[in-house]
Design a protein around this ligand. Structure first.
Ligand code: ADP
Ligand code: MG
Length: 232
Protein backbone atom coordinates (compact mmCIF):
# COMPACT_ATOMS: atom_id res chain seq x y z
CA UNK A 1 0.00 0.00 0.00
CA UNK A 2 1.23 3.46 -0.86
CA UNK A 3 -0.76 5.22 1.89
CA UNK A 4 -1.75 3.57 5.18
CA UNK A 5 -3.51 5.38 8.01
CA UNK A 6 -4.45 3.34 11.06
CA UNK A 7 -6.40 4.64 14.07
CA UNK A 8 -5.37 8.19 13.22
CA UNK A 9 -6.53 11.00 15.49
CA UNK A 10 -5.75 14.68 15.09
CA UNK A 11 -6.57 17.15 17.84
CA UNK A 12 -5.95 20.87 17.83
CA UNK A 13 -5.76 22.85 21.03
CA UNK A 14 -6.14 21.65 24.60
CA UNK A 15 -8.71 21.29 27.34
CA UNK A 16 -12.09 22.89 26.75
CA UNK A 17 -10.77 24.47 23.51
CA UNK A 18 -9.68 21.15 22.01
CA UNK A 19 -11.02 20.32 18.56
CA UNK A 20 -10.91 16.79 17.21
CA UNK A 21 -10.27 17.36 13.50
CA UNK A 22 -9.77 13.65 12.69
CA UNK A 23 -11.07 10.68 14.66
CA UNK A 24 -10.44 6.97 14.21
CA UNK A 25 -9.28 7.27 10.58
CA UNK A 26 -8.60 3.99 8.78
CA UNK A 27 -7.53 4.49 5.17
CA UNK A 28 -5.59 2.44 2.63
CA UNK A 29 -4.78 3.90 -0.79
CA UNK A 30 -2.71 2.22 -3.46
CA UNK A 31 -0.86 3.31 -6.60
CA UNK A 32 -3.24 4.18 -9.41
CA UNK A 33 -6.18 5.15 -7.21
CA UNK A 34 -8.21 8.30 -7.86
CA UNK A 35 -9.89 9.13 -4.57
CA UNK A 36 -12.24 12.03 -3.93
CA UNK A 37 -12.44 13.10 -0.29
CA UNK A 38 -15.90 14.61 0.15
CA UNK A 39 -17.24 16.54 3.10
CA UNK A 40 -18.60 19.90 4.24
CA UNK A 41 -16.42 22.74 5.45
CA UNK A 42 -14.77 21.86 8.76
CA UNK A 43 -15.14 18.09 8.31
CA UNK A 44 -11.35 17.51 8.36
CA UNK A 45 -10.50 17.26 4.65
CA UNK A 46 -7.50 19.61 4.69
CA UNK A 47 -6.25 18.11 7.93
CA UNK A 48 -6.37 14.65 6.35
CA UNK A 49 -4.34 15.79 3.31
CA UNK A 50 -1.83 17.58 5.52
CA UNK A 51 -1.34 14.50 7.69
CA UNK A 52 -0.77 12.31 4.60
CA UNK A 53 1.64 14.90 3.17
CA UNK A 54 3.54 15.37 6.44
CA UNK A 55 2.62 19.06 6.63
CA UNK A 56 0.92 18.27 9.92
CA UNK A 57 1.44 15.43 12.40
CA UNK A 58 -1.16 13.05 13.76
CA UNK A 59 -1.88 13.24 17.49
CA UNK A 60 -2.21 9.47 17.63
CA UNK A 61 -2.20 6.44 15.33
CA UNK A 62 0.05 5.23 12.53
CA UNK A 63 0.76 7.03 9.26
CA UNK A 64 2.84 5.15 6.71
CA UNK A 65 3.34 6.64 3.25
CA UNK A 66 5.54 5.15 0.52
CA UNK A 67 7.13 2.91 3.16
CA UNK A 68 8.06 5.86 5.39
CA UNK A 69 6.67 5.82 8.92
CA UNK A 70 5.76 9.51 9.08
CA UNK A 71 5.01 9.44 12.78
CA UNK A 72 8.54 8.25 13.58
CA UNK A 73 10.52 10.09 10.90
CA UNK A 74 13.10 12.74 11.80
CA UNK A 75 12.72 16.29 10.48
CA UNK A 76 15.47 15.56 7.99
CA UNK A 77 13.67 12.44 6.72
CA UNK A 78 10.47 14.48 6.42
CA UNK A 79 12.24 17.03 4.21
CA UNK A 80 13.24 14.24 1.82
CA UNK A 81 9.76 12.76 2.01
CA UNK A 82 8.11 16.05 1.04
CA UNK A 83 10.53 16.61 -1.86
CA UNK A 84 10.30 13.15 -3.36
CA UNK A 85 6.96 11.61 -2.39
CA UNK A 86 4.11 14.13 -2.29
CA UNK A 87 3.07 17.11 -4.39
CA UNK A 88 0.32 19.53 -3.36
CA UNK A 89 -2.15 21.34 -5.60
CA UNK A 90 -4.21 24.12 -4.02
CA UNK A 91 -7.48 25.91 -4.67
CA UNK A 92 -5.65 29.19 -5.31
CA UNK A 93 -3.05 27.63 -7.69
CA UNK A 94 -0.14 29.22 -5.72
CA UNK A 95 1.98 29.93 -8.79
CA UNK A 96 4.92 32.31 -8.59
CA UNK A 97 3.50 35.43 -10.28
CA UNK A 98 6.91 36.67 -11.50
CA UNK A 99 7.82 33.38 -13.15
CA UNK A 100 6.53 32.13 -16.50
CA UNK A 101 4.56 28.90 -16.77
CA UNK A 102 7.71 27.02 -17.81
CA UNK A 103 9.71 28.57 -14.95
CA UNK A 104 7.01 27.59 -12.47
CA UNK A 105 7.25 24.02 -13.74
CA UNK A 106 11.06 24.19 -13.62
CA UNK A 107 10.65 24.94 -9.91
CA UNK A 108 9.06 21.50 -9.49
CA UNK A 109 11.97 19.92 -11.34
CA UNK A 110 14.51 21.70 -9.15
CA UNK A 111 12.68 21.04 -5.88
CA UNK A 112 12.65 17.30 -6.48
CA UNK A 113 15.81 16.85 -8.56
CA UNK A 114 13.80 15.14 -11.31
CA UNK A 115 14.87 15.15 -14.96
CA UNK A 116 11.50 16.23 -16.39
CA UNK A 117 11.45 18.70 -19.29
CA UNK A 118 9.04 21.57 -18.44
CA UNK A 119 7.98 21.96 -22.08
CA UNK A 120 7.03 18.27 -22.29
CA UNK A 121 5.10 18.40 -19.02
CA UNK A 122 3.22 21.53 -20.10
CA UNK A 123 2.39 19.72 -23.37
CA UNK A 124 0.98 16.79 -21.39
CA UNK A 125 -1.51 19.05 -19.58
CA UNK A 126 -2.64 20.75 -22.78
CA UNK A 127 -0.52 23.89 -22.44
CA UNK A 128 1.94 23.30 -25.27
CA UNK A 129 3.19 26.64 -26.58
CA UNK A 130 2.16 28.59 -23.46
CA UNK A 131 5.37 28.15 -21.48
CA UNK A 132 6.37 31.79 -21.91
CA UNK A 133 3.13 33.16 -20.45
CA UNK A 134 3.02 34.60 -16.97
CA UNK A 135 0.23 33.42 -14.64
CA UNK A 136 -1.78 36.64 -15.11
CA UNK A 137 -1.80 35.96 -18.87
CA UNK A 138 -3.56 32.62 -18.34
CA UNK A 139 -7.15 31.72 -17.44
CA UNK A 140 -7.92 30.14 -14.06
CA UNK A 141 -8.18 26.69 -15.62
CA UNK A 142 -4.85 27.20 -17.39
CA UNK A 143 -3.19 28.39 -14.18
CA UNK A 144 -4.39 25.26 -12.42
CA UNK A 145 -2.93 23.20 -15.28
CA UNK A 146 0.42 24.90 -14.68
CA UNK A 147 0.16 24.00 -10.99
CA UNK A 148 -0.57 20.40 -11.96
CA UNK A 149 2.36 20.44 -14.39
CA UNK A 150 4.61 21.71 -11.61
CA UNK A 151 3.41 18.83 -9.42
CA UNK A 152 3.89 16.28 -12.21
CA UNK A 153 7.38 17.59 -12.99
CA UNK A 154 8.51 16.33 -9.59
CA UNK A 155 7.63 12.76 -10.69
CA UNK A 156 6.42 12.21 -7.12
CA UNK A 157 4.03 9.27 -6.76
CA UNK A 158 1.32 11.05 -4.74
CA UNK A 159 -0.74 14.11 -5.71
CA UNK A 160 -2.65 15.82 -2.89
CA UNK A 161 -5.18 18.30 -4.23
CA UNK A 162 -7.04 20.59 -1.82
CA UNK A 163 -10.24 21.92 -3.46
CA UNK A 164 -8.39 22.19 -6.81
CA UNK A 165 -11.59 23.19 -8.61
CA UNK A 166 -12.83 25.61 -5.95
CA UNK A 167 -12.04 28.74 -7.97
CA UNK A 168 -13.07 27.34 -11.34
CA UNK A 169 -16.41 27.20 -13.08
CA UNK A 170 -17.97 23.76 -13.08
CA UNK A 171 -17.03 22.81 -16.63
CA UNK A 172 -13.39 23.86 -16.22
CA UNK A 173 -13.36 22.13 -12.85
CA UNK A 174 -14.48 18.85 -14.35
CA UNK A 175 -11.76 19.13 -17.02
CA UNK A 176 -9.18 19.58 -14.26
CA UNK A 177 -10.57 16.52 -12.45
CA UNK A 178 -10.32 14.48 -15.65
CA UNK A 179 -6.69 15.55 -15.97
CA UNK A 180 -6.06 14.46 -12.38
CA UNK A 181 -7.85 11.18 -13.03
CA UNK A 182 -5.49 10.54 -15.97
CA UNK A 183 -2.57 10.91 -13.55
CA UNK A 184 -4.04 8.10 -11.45
CA UNK A 185 -4.42 5.98 -14.58
CA UNK A 186 -0.68 6.41 -15.13
CA UNK A 187 0.06 4.99 -11.69
CA UNK A 188 0.05 7.87 -9.24
CA UNK A 189 -2.18 7.96 -6.19
CA UNK A 190 -4.38 11.05 -6.48
CA UNK A 191 -6.42 12.44 -3.58
CA UNK A 192 -8.80 15.25 -4.42
CA UNK A 193 -10.64 17.15 -1.71
CA UNK A 194 -13.99 18.74 -2.51
CA UNK A 195 -17.23 19.74 -0.83
CA UNK A 196 -19.09 19.37 -4.15
CA UNK A 197 -20.99 16.07 -4.22
CA UNK A 198 -21.89 16.51 -7.87
CA UNK A 199 -18.20 16.51 -8.80
CA UNK A 200 -17.57 13.43 -6.67
CA UNK A 201 -19.90 11.40 -8.91
CA UNK A 202 -17.13 11.06 -11.51
CA UNK A 203 -14.72 9.48 -9.01
CA UNK A 204 -13.85 5.78 -8.77
CA UNK A 205 -13.81 6.00 -5.01
CA UNK A 206 -15.34 8.54 -2.64
CA UNK A 207 -14.17 8.81 0.95
CA UNK A 208 -16.79 10.82 2.79
CA UNK A 209 -15.88 12.74 5.94
CA UNK A 210 -18.24 14.09 8.56
CA UNK A 211 -16.97 15.77 11.74
CA UNK A 212 -13.55 14.20 11.29
CA UNK A 213 -14.79 10.66 10.74
CA UNK A 214 -14.96 8.57 7.59
CA UNK A 215 -18.66 7.82 7.20
CA UNK A 216 -18.44 6.02 3.86
CA UNK A 217 -15.73 4.76 1.52
CA UNK A 218 -16.57 3.27 -1.87
CA UNK A 219 -17.87 4.03 -5.34
CA UNK A 220 -20.09 7.11 -5.66
CA UNK A 221 -23.66 6.63 -4.47
CA UNK A 222 -25.79 5.71 -7.47
CA UNK A 223 -22.71 4.51 -9.37
CA UNK A 224 -20.03 6.30 -11.27
CA UNK A 225 -21.35 8.98 -13.62
CA UNK A 226 -19.96 9.97 -16.98
CA UNK A 227 -18.73 13.52 -17.08
CA UNK A 228 -21.49 14.37 -19.54
CA UNK A 229 -24.11 13.27 -16.98
CA UNK A 230 -22.98 15.76 -14.35
CA UNK A 231 -25.29 18.73 -13.94
CA UNK A 232 -24.22 22.32 -13.99
P1 ADP B 1 -12.05 21.18 5.97
O1 ADP B 1 -10.81 21.22 5.14
O2 ADP B 1 -12.91 19.99 5.72
O3 ADP B 1 -12.85 22.44 5.85
P2 ADP B 1 -10.22 21.31 8.22
O4 ADP B 1 -9.40 20.08 8.11
O5 ADP B 1 -9.59 22.58 7.75
O6 ADP B 1 -11.63 21.07 7.51
O7 ADP B 1 -10.65 21.54 9.73
C1 ADP B 1 -11.21 20.51 10.53
C2 ADP B 1 -11.48 21.05 11.93
O8 ADP B 1 -10.24 21.34 12.58
C3 ADP B 1 -12.27 22.35 11.95
O9 ADP B 1 -13.08 22.34 13.08
C4 ADP B 1 -11.18 23.40 12.08
O10 ADP B 1 -11.68 24.56 12.69
C5 ADP B 1 -10.15 22.71 12.93
N1 ADP B 1 -8.78 23.17 12.64
C6 ADP B 1 -8.11 23.02 11.47
N2 ADP B 1 -6.87 23.53 11.55
C7 ADP B 1 -6.74 24.01 12.82
C8 ADP B 1 -5.69 24.66 13.55
N3 ADP B 1 -4.50 24.89 12.98
N4 ADP B 1 -5.93 25.01 14.82
C9 ADP B 1 -7.11 24.76 15.40
N5 ADP B 1 -8.15 24.15 14.79
C10 ADP B 1 -7.97 23.78 13.51
MG1 MG C 1 -10.13 22.63 3.76
Amino acid sequence: MLIELKDVIKRYGEGSLAVTALADIQLLIDHGEFVVVLGPSGSGKTTLLNVVGALDSASDGAVRVNSVDITAASRRELFGFRAHTVSFIFQSFNLFPGLTAAENVQFGVDASGSDADPADVLDSVGLGGKGDRFPHELSGGEQQRVAIARALATRNPILLCDEPTGELDFRTGVQILELLQEQARSGRAVLVVTHNREISRMADRVVELSSGRIVSDGPPRGGRAAVTDLNW
